[in-house]
Design a protein around this ligand. Structure first.
Ligand SMILES: Cc1ncc(C[n+]2csc(CCOP(=O)(O)OP(=O)(O)O)c2C)c(N)n1
Ligand SMILES: [Mg+2]
Length: 548
């Protein structure tokens, strides 16, 4: 903690507090409402300022940074119009349990309530979205409120915090002492709960682990692997958390979400003990709240409000996920011989379901199954894969084998457009790693302008646009509910190649499966952002279903 004898303005105090808390990157669209912050950043080269072209992209990048690092992603946007754009990433961070802090400009406090220029009541606006909404009402309280913001974003179930910055607080000057960096307390599981867990496991016949949540660290992931191996447990990942456990490991049995194998769903129903670590058993994971309820449940979560929230836990365990895993790995393993075959059969089902089938004889255009098989062969283990929402993601999640934590950037809230901003944040954070973004033609057009950000900040990622000239997911639902009545789901797309080249990116169109490997190799080697447009068959709506 250092006392500053020199008066500083609010922007300087705020930026120095960010630096003290380890912030190295922030994403923004500038606004006159927070000029002192922008100015203070000139003197703090340790914080990299990424200016994006849309606040929705900036907040999505902040979410991706939070997912990759476990540290809050930092985003700055201007008042009303900036804040409303940025709300998309706040929603994602909330549902995805990602630590994030969004700073928004606010009118001078003495103007509040007059509907001043771009004035918004952020408490009301973000009240149902953010984990906490705060406003810094005096310059003296900047360090205090920043400490609280970091603490709330990172504690328990991580999430997004929104902080409003009234004009006079940023422009005013004062002598204010800095606060020390925030330390986060972690809950450890109580020993009697661990003993009961072991006892229940020892009498199970068909146990199943379901993994999810955020806040895992390397030690926790390694301990989890030991616990699973020592007890020969089958492990399923919850929706878009497939990177938490190496998909090549013989204990990994698949994901619970969209496009889940019916055999895995049956296995979950047949389990006589569910050990759920970190997942909150969302609507998607629970298949519309139909999958759980009958099986005995041991639920481990870092937030007491998630335990017994939807499903009764016979044994609720309040703990940080990594601390739980470390403690569980120290338990004496149980005799797992009774479920050896159960685990092996679940794994065999997974291998069958996750191996791309031969393409349909009438398939026109590129076979997405073959694309995923190729990427499984050529991508390094630490490659980062991002995506947004759309039926194209079913191929990615079903056939790609994620191998390491923090390699899957995928919004569990199903936000279209997430993939490109997330991939940019990933490539800027880890320039040595391969970053591949998947986007549908609909998804990509949510934030295509961020190719300019990728160019400006030199982020040579590869975007694979899966083009079926429609909003395929919604078309699929229309065919189910209202057959033959196509409404608002057909798209007339731009020339994606011309569009990407206008930004200075490398671009290629692939119309035949055999041409993908070469195009991908060139895209990886070119050294600038690259876009590959895959022309896929609009009729092939999922890996197993055709529209006709
Ligand atoms: C921001 C947002 N808007 C709308 C939706 C609803 N939605 C989900 S998937 C989808 C279609 C995605 O189309 P595309 O990216 O082309 O992928 P496809 O399904 O065709 O593979 C839509 C409109 C959403 N999830 N998110
Ligand atoms: Mg599409």
């Amino acid at each position: 903690m250092s006392d500053f004898n020199q008066p500083r303005n609010g922007g300087q105090i705020l930026v120095q507090a960010l630096q003290a808390n380890g912030v190295d990157t922030l994403y923004c669209v500038p606004g006159e409402s927070y000029l002192p912050v922008l100015d203070a950043l000139c003197d703090v080269p340790a914080i990299r300022t990424i200016v994006t072209r849309h606040e929705g992209a900036a907040s999505n990048m902040a979410d991706a940074y939070g997912k990759l690092t476990g540290r809050p992603g930092i985003c700055f946007v201007t008042r009303g119009p900036g804040a409303t754009h940025a709300s998309n990433g706040v929603h994602t961070a909330r549902q995805d349990s990602t630590p994030m802090i969004l700073f928004v400009g606010q009118v001078e406090s003495s103007f509040k309530g007059r509907e001043a220029f771009q004035e918004v009541d952020y408490g009301q606006m973000f009240g149902g979205l953010a984990k906490w909404v705060g406003e810094i009402d005096s310059i003296q309280r900047i360090p205090e409120i920043l400490s609280k913001a970091f603490s709330i974003a990172l504690s328990g179930r991580p999430g997004p915090v929104v902080i409003a910055l009234p004009e006079q607080v940023l422009f005013g000057t004062a002598q204010v002492a800095d606060a020390p960096p925030v330390r986060i307390a972690k809950a450890v599981p109580d020993t009697s709960a661990l003993a009961e867990l072991r006892k229940r496991l020892a009498t199970a016949r068909r146990p199943l682990v379901i993994l999810g949540g955020t806040g895992w660290d390397a030690e926790g992931s390694a301990a989890l692997r030991r616990f699973v191996h020592d007890n020969h447990l089958p492990v399923a990942a919850s929706f878009r958390r497939q990177d938490l456990f190496d998909n090549r490991d013989p204990h990994y049995v698949g994901q619970l979400g969209l496009g889940t194998s019916p055999k895995l769903l049956q296995r979950v129903k047949d389990a006589d003990l569910l050990l759920v670590i970190g997942s909150r058993l969302s609507e998607t994971v629970s298949q519309g709240y139909t999958l759980f309820g009958d099986q005995p449940l041991i639920h481990v979560h870092p937030d007491p409000q998630e335990l017994n929230r939807v499903y009764h836990a016979e044994l609720p365990i309040l703990a940080s996920l990594s601390h739980f895993a470390v403690a569980a790995a120290q338990l004496e393993p149980v005799d797992a011989s009774t479920w050896k075959d159960w685990t092996a059969a679940a794994r065999a089902d997974y291998l069958e379901h996750s191996t791309p089938p031969a393409p349909h004889p009438q398939l026109a255009g590129v076979d997405m199954g073959a694309v995923m098989a190729h990427l499984n062969d050529v991508l390094p283990d630490d490659a980062i894969i991002s995506n947004g929402a759309g039926n194209y993601t079913v191929w990615v999640h079903r056939f790609y084998r994620y191998r390491q934590p923090a390699t899957e950037l995928a919004p569990t809230n199903g936000a279209m457009g997430y993939g490109l901003p997330a991939a940019i944040a990933a490539k800027l954070h880890a320039p040595q790693r391969t970053v591949v973004c998947f986007a549908g033609d609909g998804c990509f057009m949510m934030y295509p302008q961020e190719l300019a950000t990728a160019m400006q900040f030199k982020a040579p990622l590869v975007v694979i646009v899966v083009n079926n000239s429609m909003l395929g997911t919604i078309r699929m639902h229309q065919e189910r509910e209202y057959p033959g009545r196509v409404s608002a789901t057909e798209l007339a797309n731009p020339d994606f190649i011309g569009l990407a080249r206008a930004f200075g990116a490398h671009a290629e169109r692939v119309e035949r499966t055999a041409d993908f490997a070469g195009a991908f190799e060139r895209a990886q080697a070119v050294g600038v952002p690259a876009l590959i447009e895959l022309c896929v068959d609009p009729k092939q709506i999922t890996p197993q279903a055709r529209l006709d």
